[in-house]
Structure formats: structure tokens, C-alpha cells
Design a binder for this molecule. Structure first.
Ligand SMILES: [Cu+2]
Length: 151
């Protein structure tokens, strides 16, 4: 009887159905041997007003959220604090725009391989949750042709 009571308490302690983020089309640019950085891209759709506030991956020592823009005719990347997700609206992280930057790669990312990334997402209630994403490595040069310049 005591055990049953404890179980009930545990179930009640679980959070109510949390807001979620749907991730589609997640990929990372495959790298050449020795290359230390790679950009990762995906489509994010949240079912509430949320924000991606951090990212981490075992494939890189540092993972940052970046935006890319033209500055005097030169493409520059800047770190951003978060990627805002409005309820129901798909936000695309794509070459030439916002992206997840894997920095100081622990190894080569070969085309066709999978790279895990964990996003930290903050909900409207201020609570954070982790969202596991699997990035499919795609060969560079297949269109886009974005260069990553660290500065
Ligand atoms: Cu970048």
C-alpha cells in the first residue's frame, strides 16, 4: 500500500504536458579533414512562444547560435543569445542566415554520418528543456556555397 502511494506521488510530480518544438530537415555541412568548424541547419516549429537559448554536441567543444548578414559587402557571422520561436511559425536555420555553429570539432564530419546535437529550449513559462536533434551530414558544394569565416 505504501509503495502504491509513493508511485502515485511520483506520477503527480511529473510536469504537465510540456510545450514542444518540432525539428525537421536537420543537417550539418560535412567537413574536410582538419576543418575545425561546421554550420548546422534545421527547421524549428514550436507549439508555444519559445526560444532556443543554447546548443551542445559531443562532436564539438563549443556550440554557438549564429546569425549571418552582409556588412559592407562582406558576410559576417555574429553570435546571438537566442533564436526566438513564435507559436506555430516555422523558423528556418539555413545557409546565409541563422545557424548552429559547431566549433573546434572533435573529428571529421563525413557525409552521410549522423551528428547529435542537444538544443536547450526555454518555454513561455521560463522553464528550459532539452531537445535532442540528429543532424545528417551533407556534402558541401551542393549549392549554397557559404563560407564560414571565423573572426
Ligand atoms: Cu557560424
Amino acid at each position: 500500500m505504501k509503495a502504491l502511494l509513493a508511485l502515485t506521488t511520483l506520477l503527480l510530480a511529473l510536469p504537465a504536458l510540456a510545450d514542444t518544438v518540432k525539428v525537421d530537415n536537420a543537417w550539418v555541412r560535412a567537413t574536410a579533414p582538419g576543418q575545425k568548424v561546421a554550420g548546422a541547419f534545421m527547421d524549428l516549429t514550436a507549439d508555444a512562444d519559445m526560444a532556443v537559448v543554447a546548443a551542445a554536441s559531443p562532436a564539438a567543444k563549443v556550440v554557438q547560435l549564429h546569425t549571418m548578414s552582409m556588412d559592407n559587402g562582406v558576410m559576417v557571422m555574429r553570435e546571438i543569445k537566442e533564436v526566438t520561436l513564435a507559436k506555430g511559425k516555422t523558423v528556418s536555420l539555413k545557409p546565409g542566415g541563422m545557424h548552429v555553429m559547431l566549433i573546434d570539432l572533435t573529428g571529421q564530419i563525413k557525409a552521410g554520418s549522423k551528428t547529435p546535437v542537444t538544443l536547450t529550449v526555454r518555454g513561455a513559462d521560463g522553464k528550459t528543456q532539452k531537445v535532442a536533434v540528429e543532424l545528417e551530414a551533407r556534402e558541401p558544394g551542393g549549392g549554397g556555397g557559404m563560407q564560414h569565416h571565423m573572426h
